[in-house]
Ligand binder design. Structure first.
Ligand SMILES: NC(=O)C1=CN([C@@H]2O[C@H](COP(=O)(O)OP(=O)(O)OC[C@H]3O[C@@H](n4cnc5c(N)ncnc54)[C@H](OP(=O)(O)O)[C@@H]3O)[C@@H](O)[C@H]2O)C=CC1
Ligand SMILES: O=C1OC[C@@H](O)[C@H](O)[C@H]1O
Length: 393
């Protein structure tokens, strides 16, 4: 009963965030590129609860869509029509750009935002290729601007707690990770941006980037090789993986780094999980499970821990000993606000509790590409847009 009450309360607060008690007189001013579905939950609502941030403008390719979005979310400026994204970037009243465009446009518009002198909060996955991600972060560094790939789960206390349990040695030597983000049919339609190869579509890009990212984070290391990777291909779109399963080798957490044989991670992403027994509807599968020589930890719903999560630990005093089981929950702030808090802290020159850097984003893209290569599908297309030059280009 208490947990149902907690759940309802969390949902209520996410959608009705309390206004800050002492709002800043000169808050950071965000502009949003695209009237994106993800923007309200990821940025607009968290900002309403933050004392030092406001959303000042939105740009959409259609003026009516920009106006409607601005009205609905109480955003003062709406740029619409051709050239609207660039108009937002050129607005001197914007300090920070939130880029939730389709993946294949992340590189172009982040480069343009940086060229315009704006900090960028960029949706995942960072770009279509590791090389684009590398250039983008190098450009941010050259310009002295903050760029962050919006893996919000990393900032959440539940994720941090799981990492703490693993690092404490309670589970012994880590040997296996399994991570999944997969939904049944009905969530992602054929006309979704995720189904368009030219826009950086595919399940390994959209969903798979999460299991990969959390596996690397919890392993405290990067993979050494793709052991296997297999894609389910969309029946109509031959370059789109509606599902991908990959197994990667990692250096063992406590074993020899040289042997590279201690730890494997199996990642799973799917847009259309088939029904069980051919007819029973499936639940979404969003979890990470880490097994060691003395126990396991499972974080259920790691991509949305703010709405609901559970951390189940089973561990023993010594290898082969009796297992003791416990469940933990660590709800922090409201919704996506932990990410916003860290981002604003970074911009204001304070040290955030957690931060993931350029190399983290580059490495995630490298392994997404390596997995796609192993499936035979190959990387998503490189951007052909004209972008500002950096010393790396
Ligand atoms: N962090 C997370 O957990 C999540 C992250 N995401 C990420 O956010 C991004 C956006 O996802 P989502 O909000 O679902 O996307 P939407 O389907 O809402 O599309 C985002 C925007 O893309 C713009 N757009 C620009 N060019 C095109 C084009 N050629 N075709 C279609 N749309 C175009 C549209 O802008 P306009 O309004 O100008 O027409 C649209 O508003 C993705 O990178 C995704 O991976 C998504 C969900 C969760
Ligand atoms: O968290 C998520 O779940 C649904 C996906 O399509 C989305 O892009 C992803 O980030």
């Amino acid at each position: 009963m208490a947990s149902l009450y907690g759940f309802v309360k969390r949902i209520y607060l996410v959608f009705n965030p309390p206004a800050p008690e002492a709002p800043s007189a000169s808050p950071l001013r965000f502009g949003i590129l695209g009237a994106a579905n993800i923007a309200p939950i990821a940025l607009i609502l968290p900002v309403k609860n933050h004392s030092d941030a406001v959303v000042k403008a939105v740009a959409a390719r259609d003026q009516g869509r920009a106006d409607a979005f601005a009205k609905k979310h109480g955003i003062p400026k709406a740029y619409g029509g051709a050239g609207s994204y660039q108009k937002l970037l050129d607005d001197p009243e914007i300090d920070v750009v939130y880029n939730p465009l389709p993946n294949g446009l992340h590189y172009e518009w982040t480069m343009k935002a940086l060229a315009a002198g704006k900090h960028v909060l960029l949706e995942k996955p960072s770009t279509n290729t590791a090389e684009e991600t590398r250039r983008m972060f190098l450009f941010a560094q050259e310009k002295g601007l903050v760029l962050l790939e919006a893996f919000h789960y990393r900032f959440h206390p539940a994720t941090r707690r799981v990492k703490e349990i693993i690092d404490s040695g309670e589970l012994g030597t880590i040997t296996k990770i399994e991570a999944s983000l997969a939904v049944p049919g009905g969530f992602i339609k054929d006309n979704d941006i995720r189904m368009v190869y030219d826009l950086g579509g595919g399940s390994m890009m959209d969903m798979g980037c999460y299991p990969l990212s959390i596996s690397r984070y919890l392993a405290g290391a990067d993979p050494t090789k793709v052991i296997s990777a297999k894609a389910d291909i969309h029946p109509k779109f031959p370059q789109i993986d509606i599902g991908t399963t990959a197994t990667l080798a990692f250096p063992s957490l406590r074993g020899s780094i040289e042997s590279h044989d201690g730890l494997t991670a199996t990642l799973h992403a799917h847009f259309r999980l088939p029904p069980q027994l051919g007819f029973l509807p499936r639940w979404p599968r969003a979890f990470v499970r880490v097994a060691g020589t003395r126990g396991t930890v499972e974080l259920n719903n790691f991509p949305g821990p703010w709405i609901y999560h559970s951390i189940t630990v089973e561990s023993s005093e010594h290898e082969g000993g009796p297992l003791r089981r416990r469940t933990e929950k660590h709800y922090g702030n409201l919704g996506w606000t932990t990410q916003l808090e860290a981002f604003v802290n970074k911009l204001r020159g304070h040290t955030p509790e957690h931060w993931h850097d350029a190399q983290d984003s580059i490495t995630n893209m490298e392994w997404i590409e390596a997995i796609y290569k192993e499936t035979g599908l190959g990387s998503r297309p490189v951007s052909t847009a004209e972008v500002p030059r950096t010393t790396a280009t």
